[in-house]
Design a protein around this ligand. Structure first.
Ligand code: AN7
Length: 364
């Protein structure tokens, strides 16, 4: 019997490419190594000859891509002797920070906009036992406060302005190149603070040889496509937005922190930004669930909404290989999912064989 090497997280797996030493204590929950799923039904449905893959980051330990950055940020915070971390968050960062803080045995403080974070994210953060500070202001206000307070209290900021966050997150690009044997032609992402698009671009730029095979990778750089919600689209408007609004609460961000890095990713890759309405985002989310069996949260579906739009207009030509990152799990936001499916709400019938049989036969 052969024993497969146990996967113990992305830092261990990409150790050579990350800022850790032999003695660094790794704070890990086995994050990374997420599925790259090729869509089968949607390309047929839209009648286009394109290879679309979704990188399902919702299968990370706390259900979002934030775990990639958080394993690295908390590992380094602990190495530097930090006893507490802090972040502002639209929900997913707070859940990840809370979980990795528990794992490390340190404290997590999270600032969240009251009433504007999805229920699953709140539930997680409560269960992990973080100190939750709700503010009557949006994410951007929370972020400004976190930056200020870090000068007055012994806390390490673990938002994506912490450079170790991007180091961890860049590994998603490595995994994609490892799996496809090359970079895709187009990489589509939802953009909020723009840390993730910056991290992927960094990863693609750094990755010229496969970690496992040490073979040179032929094509390493995709065109980066950043998609935003129409009500929170500073990159599309070319200026900060003071009152961002969208059903995709994860990306309800008007003052992105990685402004310059994301513009560099767009320019260097020859890519673009675009924006989509809440209706388009939710339609893409539902389409992905109902045609492919992949459930992501609304913000995540912005990447697919954008890809489908740009494929339909020919901006992304047929014959292309496209990867869409699905940043968070659909279970994060049960309210918006249930609201979208009101027409399909289950009816209650009598608990009898006849009634159940009828319910099946009527719906075949
Ligand atoms: C599901 O949790 O900013 O462009 O505080 O949760 O790197 O900010 C979340 C961001 C996309 C945008 N999809 O990524 C937070 C937070 C989901 C997200 C984004 C977020 P960035």
């Amino acid at each position: 019997m052969s024993i497969r090497k146990r996967y113990t997280g992305l830092i261990e797996h990409y150790r050579d490419r990350l800022p850790v030493s032999e003695t660094t204590r790794l704070i890990s929950l086995g994050e990374g190594n997420t599925p790259l799923i090729q869509l089968q039904n949607i390309p047929r449905l839209i009648g286009k000859d394109v290879d679309i893959y979704v990188k399902y980051e919702g299968l990370n330990p706390t259900g979002s891509f934030k775990d990639r950055g958080m394993t690295m940020a908390v590992t380094k915070a602990v190495e530097d002797g930090s006893k507490a971390i802090i972040c502002a968050s639209t929900g997913n960062t707070s859940a990840a920070a809370a979980a990795y803080a528990v794992r490390a045995g340190i404290k997590a403080f999270v600032l969240i906009p009251e009433g504007k974070i999805a229920l699953g994210k709140l539930a997680q953060t409560l269960m992990y036992g973080a100190e939750i500070i709700q503010i009557n202001g949006n994410f951007d206000r929370g972020m400004a406060l976190v930056k200020e307070v870090a000068d007055h209290a012994p806390v390490t900021i673990v938002n994506s302005i912490n450079p170790f966050r991007l180091e961890g997150q860049k590994t998603a690009a490595f995994e994609i190149v490892d799996e496809l044997g090359c970079a895709p032609d187009y990489h589509c992402l939802p953009v909020g603070n723009a840390g993730n698009i910056s991290a992927y671009w960094k990863g693609y730029k750094e990755y010229s040889t496969d970690t496992d095979t040490h073979q040179a990778v032929t094509k390493t750089r995709p065109i980066m496509c950043g998609y935003q919600a129409a009500g929170a689209a500073p990159f599309v408007l070319g200026q900060m937005v003071d009152e961002p609004e969208t059903v995709a609460t994860a990306i309800r961000i008007g003052h992105p922190q990685s402004w310059d890095l994301a513009w560099a990713a767009q320019k260097e890759s020859g890519g673009w930004f675009n924006k989509f309405s809440d209706e388009q985002i939710l339609a893409a989310q539902k389409m992905l669930s109902q045609y492919e069996g992949v459930f992501c949260e609304p913000a995540s579906a912005t990447s697919l909404a954008g890809a489908l739009h740009d494929i339909s207009t020919g901006k992304i030509p047929e014959g292309s290989k496209v990867v869409c990152t699905l940043t968070g799990n659909g279970l994060k936001d049960p309210d918006s999912a249930i609201k979208q499916c009101e027409a399909a709400h289950p009816v209650t019938i009598e608990a009898s064989l006849d009634a159940v049989k009828k319910a099946i036969l009527d719906n075949m």
